[in-house]
Design a protein around this ligand. Structure first.
Ligand SMILES: [Zn+2]
Length: 285
């Protein structure tokens, strides 16, 4: 470069400044995840910066307490799970009773048509009581809000099973031509017996064999962040177990309403099922 005739030093300075700028812009550590990904759509997340005076305030969304955390630079944030049924537009949340708002954009999720066994499409009458009981247990788990982890940092989730996505979160599904609720989790295709790991530290608050979901586990990660694993072949853990990120909690299977072995993974925040990919530390397919 120095052999080239350059008319003034200003040009060199500008070029150097550009090179230094582009290097520093690319030099951010990719492996350090400070926060889940902001995505203000139905089934997404609002990641909201809090000023210093908002620390340890009472923050709520639709009457439910909200996850508060710190990033690695000690900034404070609130993370709100947005319901899949949320209409686009302005939505309110509260800080110490005072209204604040953010705006939600629409998202067109894909549609899928499936043919399933009649038994599971319309459950038999003698299973209704069981299904209702399981629904109550699941609701109780999803509405858990433990104060552990308040204002701690977020490390990013590990992917709980290895394999491609066989059914994305939010998919609008039709079983035997009947519209069902949209897909509230992410399906990972993996062979029967493959390991399922805890994506982050937490406590197992519910396990069981459910009519629709088969062998299932719920993990409480604190601050209203709950994850659920379904259709498991085998449970390698039980209620009350404390798990660390990466611990094996069970094996992939096809128990319950499943057409083949896969892991159905649900992430719930402030009792709203949200896109699990927004929490992953590593980009995925
Ligand atoms: Zn699923």
């Amino acid at each position: 470069m120095k052999e080239n005739p350059v008319k003034n030093n200003t040009l060199i300075s500008v070029l150097l400044a550009l090179i230094v700028f582009s290097i520093s812009a690319n030099a951010q550590p990719q492996s350090v995840i400070n926060l889940p990904q902001d995505s203000r759509v139905p089934g997404g997340l609002a990641v909201i910066p809090l000023n210093a005076t908002s620390i340890d305030k009472d923050i709520s969304f639709k009457g439910k307490p909200v996850w508060q955390l710190k990033d690695h630079a000690n900034n404070h944030w609130a993370v709100i799970g947005i319901p899949l049924s949320q209409k686009a537009g302005k939505v309110d949340f509260k800080i110490d009773g005072k209204d604040h708002s953010f705006t939600i954009k629409d998202k067109a999720y894909k549609e899928q048509y499936l043919t399933v066994k009649r038994k599971h499409s319309n459950p038999p009458a003698d299973q209704i009581k069981r299904i209702q009981k399981e629904s109550r247990l699941s609701q109780k788990a999803f509405t858990t809000f433990s104060d552990t982890g308040k204002n701690s940092t977020f490390k990013g989730f590990l992917k709980p099973a290895q394999g491609p996505t066989s059914s994305p979160f939010g998919l609008k599904r039709f079983f035997n031509e009947q519209a069902r609720r949209p897909h509230s989790g992410l399906d990972i295709a993996a062979p029967r017996g493959a390991n399922i790991i805890a994506p982050a530290d937490g406590e197992i608050i519910l396990t069981g064999n459910f009519f629709f979901n088969g062998n299932s586990i719920f993990i409480d990660h604190g601050q209203g962040l709950i994850t659920m694993y379904c259709h498991m072949d085998k449970l390698d853990s039980q209620q009350g177990d404390v798990v660390k990120a990466g611990d094996i909690i069970g094996k992939v299977g096809s128990t319950g309403r499943a057409t083949g072995p896969h892991l159905h993974w649900t992430v719930s925040l402030n009792n709203n099922r949200v896109e699990p990919l927004l929490f992953l530390a590593e980009p995925t397919n």
